[in-house]
Unconditional design. Structure first.
Length: 272
């Protein structure tokens, strides 16, 4: 639970940044922000199957670090968060098509993605790891040790993990999938040797399947900033969200959110 001091600091920070939307932004300069203000809702695109970033619990409710952060952002904007689920490979297309206002789904900030959208944040740092039942693979210390022709590696389509395999592990065979559930099932069925994904996802997935022999690396193979994708047509919205994320970081609110989902495993019981 946040301390009263932190709550007061957050309130002050929100008041300071609220000046950025105190007046109605002209639609020509901030079309998405204008729509958000007028409709009273912030449409957030996510996959719904990337714990601890986002996940669907036994009752069909969305939970996760990004769900909490999205609700904080919506509260600061004085609107409601509306979550829109899409397969991860389709999320940026949904943003371009105007189906969502922002995307928060464990999305690393990269140059190619920045050609399609702008990014606010980052709100956390991650890195590539592998999930495997092989003790030998789980003990590797560098990407070169898994760049072998006899290995099959699963990764989300249109993800930085897929790109990582193509560029850094070209000798291995890539198996692209639409979601992590499919990838994990392939690992457990020995259809692939490992799943390549962000380190937090690998750690949480291993914890979700006790007794299945799943393991991940001791240290990530890369360092990647994870941010919020915003339409390139609306720099005012990107600037506003950046200011809110900075305020949440400065007041310790983000530390609390990260600790809840990355350090405390109590929420795992809510997953199917």
């Amino acid at each position: 639970m946040f301390t009263m001091k932190r709550s007061v600091l957050l309130f002050v920070a929100v008041l300071l940044t609220a000046g950025l939307v105190s007046g109605r932004a002209q639609a020509a300069d901030a079309p998405v922000l204008e729509r958000i203000v007028q409709s009273g809702e912030l449409r957030v695109g996510l996959s719904g199957d990337q714990p601890p970033y986002n996940a669907t619990d036994r009752d069909g409710h969305l939970i996760g670090l990004e769900v909490d952060l999205a609700n904080l952002l919506a509260g600061a904007l004085r609107v409601e968060a509306k979550f829109v689920t899409r397969p991860f490979p389709r999320l940026l297309d949904a943003l371009e098509a105007g189906e969502v206002d922002i995307v928060m789904s464990g999305m690393a900030i990269t140059a190619p993605r920045s050609l399609k959208a702008t990014f606010a944040g980052p709100y956390m740092l991650s890195g590539k790891s592998i999930l495997t039942t092989s003790k030998t693979l789980a003990a590797v210390r560098s990407a070169g040790e898994i760049n072998r022709a006899n290995l099959k590696l699963a990764a989300l389509g249109n993800s930085t993990s897929e790109e990582f395999i193509k560029k850094v592990l070209p000798e291995a065979t890539l198996v692209a999938v639409d979601n992590y559930t499919t990838a994990v099932n392939k690992v457990l069925a020995d259809e692939v040797d490992a799943m390549v994904a962000d380190m937090p996802i690998c750690v949480i997935t291993a914890m979700r399947h006790p007794g299945k022999g799943l393991a991940t690396l001791a240290e990530p193979l890369t360092i990647e900033p994870v941010g919020i994708a915003v339409p390139a047509s609306d720099p005012q919205l990107q600037n506003l969200i950046d200011n809110y994320v900075d305020a949440f970081e400065a007041t310790g609110v983000l530390d609390g959110v990260r600790a809840k989902w990355l350090e405390d495993d109590a929420w795992l019981a809510a997953l199917p």
